[in-house]
Design a protein around this ligand. Structure first.
Ligand SMILES: Nc1nc2c(ncn2[C@@H]2O[C@H](COP(=O)(O)OP(=O)(O)OP(=O)(O)O)[C@@H](O)[C@H]2O)c(=O)[nH]1
Ligand SMILES: [Mg+2]
Length: 395
């Protein structure tokens, strides 16, 4: 399963984002370092289910009103403060939690009502752009620290064992989750001298920036949008133009999802509106109307958009639906469109077969596009939304 980490300075709303996206239990409080050990839970990407188009007037039973929710793993880690790489705050040991993550959601307090260490200050008195910058700087210094501590040893090992430096760096950074291929790309992109023996501190810092960029995709969740006028949020998005910044209100999403779970409203994550289901009292109605105004201003709470953008835009996944009966779109037990697989764009039919089961991959004969009934070879590149039957030899 895809793993995404939620990180950023203390008190920015990481655990609120986590709780809103997973409905799992997580402690939330208005002071720094509420979270110490990480929370792990399941969130979902939201896509239109193909049953709407394939089964006229019928639902597959695996989606909600034609909306399919596909699981991804979220990790909510402790807050990161400036100087963490030198041991400030909780230090950066917990950054190792980011190791498993393919991508990072950097939750930023866009309302500027918490300072660099996460202490509450007057709204607008802290510049969130600084938090975006510092977060990247800390990640850089984390990787740089690991590299520079072991650099002499690595250079010697490369000479003695005749191993490639990218291999040794990726082994050193295995804890960060950096592959050899990513290291090779990072070396090229950092424009440092070809001969690694001449790399100094500056060169290693440049390399650290590229290693992070190559191994961890990042989205900025500009949180607490409910406290920020749209015009201020627009300014923030424009100022951080090199980053993917998505306005969101984790608190609003949590309130809406909780109300939906308790049967007060009909609402799905990512919806631009909701329906009130019960006779609510005046106070409840007024709170919900405020949330409705927020949805009208921003189009949604932004939480679902953050998750979708990470998976589909930053990580470039597509969704593919394997079936066993290409005419009824079912598995062998008659379940319609039973599974939705997140696959890297560029994956081919045989990759899907392997993802379903190693025996199916091993015995792959051909695949069938369930929409067109066209026969597909093992190297057919899967398209987003494909419904595919794999024919394989039983072994
Ligand atoms: N207005 C508003 N407040 C929010 C939002 N998200 C979080 N908060 C508040 O911000 C404070 C911190 O929230 P947490 O989710 O605990 O923040 P955190 O980043 O996990 O904090 P640490 O674990 O201490 O690093 C709490 O008082 C939340 O209620 C939001 O979207 N809008
Ligand atoms: Mg927290």
């Amino acid at each position: 399963m895809i793993t995404i980490a939620i990180a950023g300075k203390p008190n920015s709303g990481k655990s609120t984002f986590f709780k809103a996206a997973t409905l799992a239990d997580a402690e939330i409080a208005a002071y720094p370092f509420t979270t110490i050990s990480p929370n792990v839970g399941i969130a979902h990407v939201r896509v239109p289910c193909p049953c709407k188009e394939l089964l006229v007037g019928r639902s597959c039973g695996n989606c909600i009103h034609g909306i399919r929710l596909i699981p991804v793993e979220l990790i909510d880690v402790a807050g990161l403060v400036r100087g963490a790489h030198e041991g400030r705050g909780l230090g950066n040991e917990f950054l190792d939690e980011l190791r498993r993550a393919e991508a990072i959601i950097n939750v930023v307090d866009a309302s500027g009502s918490t300072d660099a260490d996460g202490n509450v200050v007057g709204a607008g008195s802290h510049d969130p752009i600084e938090d975006i910058r510092f977060f990247k700087e800390e990640l850089k210094m984390w990787v740089f620290g690991i590299l520079s501590r072991n650099w002499r040893k690595l250079v010697r090992k490369a000479e003695l064992e005749g191993k490639k430096i990218e291999r040794l760096i990726s082994e050193q950074l295995a804890g960060v989750g950096v592959t050899e291929e990513q290291t090779k790309a990072a070396i090229l992109r950092s424009h440092i001298p070809d001969d690694h023996r001449s790399w100094d501190e500056e060169a290693l810092k440049k390399l650290a920036v590229e290693l992070i960029r190559a191994s961890k995709k990042m989205v900025i969740a500009a949180n607490k949008a409910d406290l920020v006028p749209c015009s201020v949020m627009d300014k923030l998005v424009a100022e951080a133009k090199d980053e993917t910044v998505i306005p969101c209100s984790a608190a609003a999403e949590l309130a809406l999802r909780t109300a939906a779970k308790n049967g007060f409203i009909e609402y799905l994550p990512g919806d631009s509106d909701f329906k009130m289901l019960q006779n609510l009292n005046a106070e409840q109605r007024s709170a919900l109307e405020k949330l409705r105004d927020l949805l009208a201003s921003y189009g949604s709470t932004g939480v679902q958009e953050v998750i979708n953008r990470v998976v589909f835009q930053m990580l470039d996944y597509i969704v593919v639906y394997p079936v066993e009966d290409e005419n009824k779109f079912t598995d062998s037990s008659g379940r319609i469109l039973p599974d939705a697989y997140l696959m890297k764009r560029g994956s081919v039919a045989r990759d899907l077969a392997y993802a379903v089961h190693s025996d199916i991959g091993g015995g792959f004969l051909f695949a069938v596009d369930a929409r067109t009934k066209r026969r597909l070879g093992e190297r057919y590149e899967l398209a987003d939304g494909d419904v595919i039957k794999v024919v394989y030899a039983q072994r």
